[in-house]
Write a protein that binds this ligand. Structure first.
Ligand code: SAM
Length: 276
């Protein structure tokens, strides 16, 4: 039996995850330092430990792959690159595949995996997503799985990424979230305790649950797929955190309207890193 499949390894990796997510205080003077501090000790167990935690990724990717033209796909906050391995055939159909992430510890795992699987053509860019610049034609698909809730300035980053998406291109997002007290028609309203408890709980790990993200996506894109669910978390006695899956199409000529009160400052940032 391989060490990584033994029950003892499983138990140890669960305990390590519990320690990293729930008990170990996060240190670091900047966003990237805090991420390195948070992810470095769990990088090796990241993929195994997130299978249950990050629900909805398969659904998001299947819906996105079937809707998108197979030109350029950019996965923002790609981490260990797991999204590229969801459906190898679909990934290979894209002309160009780019993963953008700020955390070296997770990108190291992604690079090793690409080499092992003979996937050298995928471009991995270590960069703050706010500063990523796509060379060449616009993207046909942009994806964010459990990434926007970790970006300090999510709306600016999202608007920046969406500016690279060509009209008719596909945006696909899955993430933890909370509903507004009075959500727009068609979206679920969660109970007060849900809306209050989860942002506090995830806040300890610098994960920000937004009530504006889903309404923003729904009002700015042609809807192709939407589900709002909740996922029982390990070690939480059955308590379930809300998450959504959204897949939409960018309208031709449509101007994206940020939610009230948000300034898209990121759009003004100069080029800092790119694939070239
Ligand atoms: C919860 S993980 C999700 C990783 C992967 N998308 C997945 O589904 O497994 C969040 C990711 O966002 C990345 N991230 C956080 N802030 C970022 C930023 N400003 N720019 C780029 N990546 C960022 C982290 O390094 C991490 O890999």
């Amino acid at each position: 039996m391989e060490a990584s499949t033994s029950p003892i390894y499983w138990l140890l990796s669960r305990l390590q995850l519990l320690y990293c997510l729930g008990l170990r205080p996060i240190r670091g003077a900047s966003h990237v330092e805090r991420l390195e501090y948070f992810y470095r000790p769990q990088a090796e167990i990241y993929d195994r430990s997130r299978k249950q935690l990050l629900a909805g990724k398969e659904t998001m990717l299947s819906a996105a792959h079937s809707a998108a033209v197979k030109g350029t796909w950019v996965d923002f906050g790609c981490g260990t690159g797991a999204n590229f391995f969801h459906d190898l055939k679909a990934t290979r159909e894209f002309k160009r595949v780019i993963g953008v992430d700020i955390t070296a510890a997770l990108l190291e795992i992604a690079r090793r995996r690409m080499q092992r699987e003979g996937f050298g053509s995928i471009e991995l860019v270590q960069c703050d997503a706010r500063k990523f610049k796509l060379d060449g034609p616009g993207a046909d698909l942009v994806t964010f799985s459990y990434a926007l809730s970790m970006f300090p300035e999510w709306i600016g980053t999202l608007l920046h990424a969406l500016s690279m998406l060509r009209p008719g291109g596909i945006v696909a997002v899955t993430d933890f979230y909370v509903s507004d007290r009075y959500p727009p028609a068609g979206l679920k309203r969660q109970r007060w305790v849900t809306r209050t408890f989860w942002p506090i709980w995830f806040g300890f790990d610098n994960i920000r649950l937004s009530s504006e993200l889903l309404p923003f996506l729904v009002s700015n894109f042609e809807l192709l797929y939407l589900s709002e669910n909740s996922n029982p978390l390990p070690f939480m006695g059955g308590a379930a955190v809300p998450y959504f899956v959204f897949v939409g199409r960018k309208r031709a000529g449509g101007k994206l309207e940020p939610p009230m009160g948000f300034e898209p400052t990121t759009l003004a940032l100069r080029k800092r890193c790119s694939t070239s």
